[in-house]
Design a protein around this ligand. Structure first.
Ligand code: COA
Length: 144
């Protein structure tokens, strides 16, 4: 297994991962191009197995804190600790980490809680497609 930090993950790879891992909330090609072209703002963390990227995260780095924009593992590689590996890697940056998650995404909420995130707020009717709320979470650097 290989962990790749800020590596050149091609746009095609990211597009495939997005489409495989998310039903809605898929970044468009233009959004991904924008992310890849702003290396000073976005980190891509990718985990390779069997010669391909099987888990990844897109991180917004505002220099004070990190925000997890996306984190996902291909279905057939889930529950093997790859998501936790990415969070552990992020913790090395020494910054507080924030994220928003759909209130119905129980799998992700459980995963985040197990990896040290705590709820810090809720934005009602945040997602326009379903009207769901967003749960806001934080993992403080000092609590790591
Ligand atoms: C949330 C997500 C990224 C977690 O990724 P993952 O690689 O499966 O994460 P982990 O393997 O570290 O942890 C997941 C679970 O597997 C368990 N696990 C980890 N290693 C394990 C092992 N070797 N054997 C059995 N279970 C294991 C963890 O304890 C955890 O248990 P839980 O289901 O009780 O919470 C993944 O489920 C996913 O891609 N979901 C769809 C995309 C999504 O919703 N992303 C979040 C919003 S952006």
């Amino acid at each position: 297994m290989e962990l790749k930090i800020d590596r050149e993950v091609g746009i095609e790879t990211l597009e495939q991962l997005e489409n495989s891992c998310f039903k809605g909330d898929v970044y468009t090609k233009e959004q991904l191009e924008d992310i890849l072209s702003h290396k000073e703002l976005y980190k891509i963390i990718a985990v390779e197995r069997d010669g391909k990227v099987v888990a990844y995260a897109i991180i917004f780095d505002n220099s004070v804190s990190l925000e997890i924009m996306k984190i996902a593992t291909l279905k057939e590689y889930r529950k093997q600790g790859l998501g936790a590996l990415i969070i552990k890697e992020l913790s090395k940056y020494g910054k507080d980490i924030f994220l928003e998650v759909r209130e119905t995404n129980e799998m992700a909420i459980k995963f985040y809680h197990e990896n040290g995130f705590v709820d810090i707020g809720k934005r009602k009717h945040y997602y326009s497609d379903t009207g769901e709320a967003a749960i806001l979470m934080e993992k403080k650097y000092l609590s790591i």
